[in-house]
Design a protein around this ligand. Structure first.
Ligand code: UDX
Length: 433
């Protein structure tokens, strides 16, 4: 099939490359010239595990194209996927739909035959109705169906998740569109549950899924504090609880709070929508507040650990919102850093992938180290905030030789406590007394 994808971010680009691998012809469209120039030159614009190899391979097929022109890119497309970002307003917490509506208006000018408009961006309930109405208002002859195809790709695992989804959700109200989408998802037929629901239900499923994951993380973070103060071990508790198949064992890892481009945004958006239609989302609201509190609490713990030192130096390992990504959006690490900077702390930071993105946000407020060992030099405490595998196997003897105070505060519980103690460190972790 011929597919056009608008938006070449963490969703659009891996999806486009994955679709080419499945045999489709794909044109990825982005208004950002530098992104398209770079992709046309064979240079990826974001880091995602496995993407580089697949990108290289599929560029050679001649079925993967990049352009800045919507008019050119959608020519002959049976499906146009909208995957532009939908940021959230900082104060009202409402989803900013400007990008989506601008794309819809432009599409309305150029669509010449029946086309399915598939929404991958996470959008408020009722957006499908609005998109159809808007496009028909702009072009009364247009023949389209808007469908909701919520994406569940995890950053860092997007390629894996693209080919191995738990389920595929399709929200639509038209039998004609259903035929097109059934053809589109043929490679998954019989292998993965494909659930057809109404368009509005499809739109809600994305929010409900991410809100549930956020609540699960908030739950285990609170349970982690509870275990720590009760003389228990949160991992033993999580294992015992998770063996109940009704609960499940995944997403029960305590940490410095959830971050990223989806969970914080989607929880805020659904809570806002709930308030708007007078159906309070009390659990989701509690998770949002609890997650904010969590990051403050972590910063306080760090500040408390250096309170008796003069001009202490803190080494921060991990800036991305989670491992295997270079993405710092809503990263708990950056929020913790902001709190520490408010208290004028001297910070040296390192992340294996996210230095460039972090620099854009933190500018010259911190010192950037070339690796973990350089970051720890002369530090009074080493704080781990992202669960990168490389931090698990740090050479603690080597690090201990250059640190001013041998102290580790591990908010992802990556380091073996015995190793840390044997290397002479004071070692603090979470959820374990
Ligand atoms: C999420 C959803 O998982 C995905 O299905 C959706 O489509 C996009 O949003 P992503 O934003 O990539 O994916 O991150 P995810 O893997 O869900 O992690 C979110 C945050 O929760 C990270 O900050 C992570 O460190 C944290 N987390 C996750 C925990 O603290 N503990 C856990 O057990 C799991």
């Amino acid at each position: 099939m011929k597919i056009a994808i608008i938006g070449t971010g963490y969703v659009g680009l891996p999806t486009g490359v994955g679709l080419v691998e499945q045999g489709h012809h794909v044109t990825c469209i982005d208004k950002k010239k530098s992104t398209i120039n770079s992709l046309n030159a064979g240079k990826l614009t974001l880091f995602e595990n496995g993407l580089s190899e697949l990108f290289e391979k599929n560029r050679k097929t001649g079925r993967l194209h990049f352009t800045t022109s919507i008019k050119e890119g959608i020519k002959d497309a049976e499906i146009i996927i909208i995957a532009v970002n939908t940021p959230i307003h900082a104060i009202t917490k409402e989803v900013d739909m400007d990008n989506v509506y601008a794309v819809a208006c432009e599409l309305a000018q150029y669509i010449e035959k029946y086309t399915v408009i598939a929404m991958k961006s996470t959008v408020p309930i009722g957006t499908g109705d609005k998109i159809e109405a808007l496009m028909k208002e702009k072009n009364s002859n247009i023949d389209i169906d808007a469908v909701s195809l919520p994406e569940f790709l995890r950053e860092g695992h997007a390629i894996h998740d693209f080919f191995n989804p738990d389920r595929i959700i399709v929200g639509l109200n038209s039998t004609r569109a259903r035929k097109v989408i059934e053809n589109f998802y043929k490679p998954f037929k019989g292998k993965v549950p494909i659930l057809f629901v109404s368009r509005r239900s499809g739109e809600i499923i994305k929010y409900a899924s991410n809100a549930f994951l956020a609540m699960k993380i908030h739950f285990i973070n609170e349970m982690s504090d509870f275990c720590e103060k009760s003389g228990a071990n949160v991992y033993e508790v999580a294992e015992g609880v998770g063996l109940d198949t009704r609960i499940g064992s995944r997403f029960l890892n305590p940490g410095p709070g959830y971050g990223g481009s989806c969970l914080p945004k989607d929880t805020n958006a659904i809570a806002h929508m709930g308030r708007k239609i007078d159906t309070p989302m009390s659990l989701i609201e509690a998770a949002i507040q609890g997650n904010e509190w969590r990051k403050k609490q972590i910063a306080w713990r760090i500040l408390d650990s250096v309170k008796d030192l003069v001009n202490p130096k803190i080494c921060i390992l991990g800036l991305a919102f989670k491992a295997d990504t270079d993405d710092c959006r809503e990263s708990p690490a950056l929020t913790v850093i902001e709190y520490l900077l408010e208290r004028k702390m001297n910070l040296v930071v390192f992340d294996p992938q996210a230095m460039k993105n972090a620099k854009n946000l933190l500018e010259d407020k911190v010192t950037y180290a070339k690796d973990e060992y350089a970051a720890a030099k002369d530090a009074d405490t080493m704080v781990i905030l992202t669960e990168w595998g490389c931090f698990r196997n740090l050479d603690l003897k080597k690090i201990g030789k250059t640190m001013r105070t041998k102290k580790i505060m591990d908010f992802r519980n990556l380091i073996n406590q015995e190793h840390a103690k044997n290397a002479g460190f004071e070692y603090c972790r979470i959820g374990v007394s």
